[in-house]
Design a protein around this ligand. Structure first.
Ligand SMILES: Cc1ncc(COP(=O)(O)O)c(C=O)c1O
Length: 455
């Protein structure tokens, strides 16, 4: 699709709609000449050039990529109206789009019933789930793995709930023995399982967590902010297919968070939380004398902690789902490419003399480290930091990676031959969330091998 022309069609469509309400004069105070705008805009676009090239295959660092052009066209077109999805009074069309898009997400996870909405981020979405967890079990705490996103502990602090980090196994997944022992104590009301950890992309065994939790009368929330859309690959044929059990179990859990602004091709400002029991809506009851007056239907603000939220975010997601729905044949194909890229690269890393695979990727996040000499955490740490800096600074063939700090214990469980001469080390981490990664893995690997060799 030609983004330039569709953006212009978006402006036309909104201007045509506006014209149906009759002419009006914009206020003088808002008038800006094209000449002045040109100067400011030129400085602005120059400042934007200070970014890293998230769009390019040479950017193989963090969880970052531009949105799909369809999402851009949807967002910008709706933004010309600037609806607010807090209430049907502020965003009637986009609030309906949000409900439809959220229903598609519920269907993707196989939820039989749901209550949910979009949020501005994964952090806010998890906060909503933890808030409901607290309301249901006011005197019991929340458990999550030691490798869960750092905001779970922070949000427990915000909510005044005790948060407990549970040990992980040798692959970065929640340790079931440790969880069982903790839950047996009776102090935990909700456990958070992460389907795709931020660091390694590890998938907690949601089905087994669920069985243990239910045996102790404990609720389960799934943080699938990063990994959620990978449920589309559960049981799929071919190398990209994922083991079904953890993904299918999400349908039986109490809540789930997924971020369309990560793997749903959306711009930032688009997370989502879904509860399997619509009755939890009672915890959101509030009085808002200035809203909820145009319709007796459910207003999204009646079931969200946040008030104002961009209707444009819902519009972008809805339009994207019209074209690339959250189905195995739609978005699933996009995710499968990144997953194949990760597996192909893992193979190259396993065969490499200069680089070593940290652990086999479960999703599309690949972690690796230079085969430093002598092999110790100090040499690995220094070489990783050097490669990160040299890769970004190379004017001719830049490559952008990220680092992950791992503990000596975690490293030693995977690579006992590397001397633990300090308490941890930085290793290299690449999130292959652009499907184009599939076509450049060999090139990327060769470039990073060069960096490992000092060139
Ligand atoms: C598993 C997981 N949960 C939560 C978050 C927080 O999401 P956000 O950055 O959208 O607030 C992230 C972000 O990377 C994540 O990976």
């Amino acid at each position: 699709m030609d983004l330039r022309s569709w953006l212009s069609s978006g402006v036309d469509a909104i201007e045509e709609w506006q014209a149906t309400f009759g002419p009006y004069q914009r206020h003088d105070s808002l008038q800006i000449s094209d000449e002045r705008f040109a100067t400011a805009f030129s400085g602005f676009t120059q400042r934007l050039g200070e970014n890293y090239p998230f769009f390019h295959p040479s950017y193989a660092g963090q969880m970052l990529k531009p949105p799909h052009p369809a999402a851009v066209a949807g967002y910008l077109t709706a933004m010309l109206i600037n609806p607010n999805n807090h209430a049907l009074d502020g965003g009637p069309a986009t609030a309906r789009m949000e409900k439809e898009a959220v229903a598609q997400l519920a269907q993707m996870f196989g939820l039989a019933t749901h209550l949910g909405h979009l949020t501005t981020s994964g952090t806010m979405a998890n906060l909503e789930a933890l808030y409901v967890a607290r309301e249901l079990h006011p005197r019991r705490g929340i458990a999550y793995s030691a490798e869960a996103h750092y905001t779970h502990s922070r949000m427990c602090g915000v909510l005044g709930v005790e948060g407990t980090a549970v040990a992980v196994d040798g692959a970065g997944r929640l340790d079931l023995g440790a969880l069982d022992a903790l839950l047996a104590g009776g102090s935990i009301g909700t456990v958070v399982a992460t389907a795709g950890t931020t660091g390694l992309g590890a998938i907690d065994p949601v089905h087994e967590v669920l069985a243990i939790a239910r045996a102790h009368g404990v609720r389960v929330h799934v943080d699938a902010a990063y990994g959620g859309f990978f449920t589309l690959l559960a049981g799929a044929d071919g190398p990209a297919g994922l083991r079904e059990a953890p993904w299918r179990a999400i349908a039986e859990c109490d809540s789930v968070v997924v971020d369309p602004h990560k793997h749903g091709l959306q711009p930032y400002g688009c997370g989502a939380v879904l509860f399997s029991d619509p009755d939890v809506g009672r915890f959101y009851l509030h009085d808002s004398p200035y809203t909820y007056f145009t319709s007796g239907d459910l207003h999204l603000g009646e079931i969200s902690l946040e008030c104002s939220r961009a209707g444009a975010a819902a519009a972008a997601l809805w339009l994207t789902f019209e074209l690339l729905p959250p189905t195995p044949d739609g978005l699933g194909r996009v995710l499968a490419a990144g997953r194949r890229a990760a597996l192909d690269w893992a193979q190259l890393l396993s065969d490499s003399g200069r680089l070593e695979l940290y652990q086999r990727p479960e999703l599309d996040i690949v972690c690796y480290f230079p085969a430093a000499s002598p092999p110790s955490l100090s040499t690995v740490d220094q070489a990783s930091a050097r490669m990160l800096a040299e890769g970004m600074a190379d004017p001719a063939h830049p490559v952008y990676l990220s680092t992950l700090r791992v503990t000596a214990d975690a490293f030693g469980r995977r690579h006992p031959g590397v001397a633990a001469d300090r308490d941890g080390a930085r290793i290299l981490r690449s999130v292959l969330m652009k499907p184009e990664a599939e076509n450049v893995v060999a090139e990327l690997h060769a470039r990073i091998e060069q960096l490992a060799g000092g060139s």
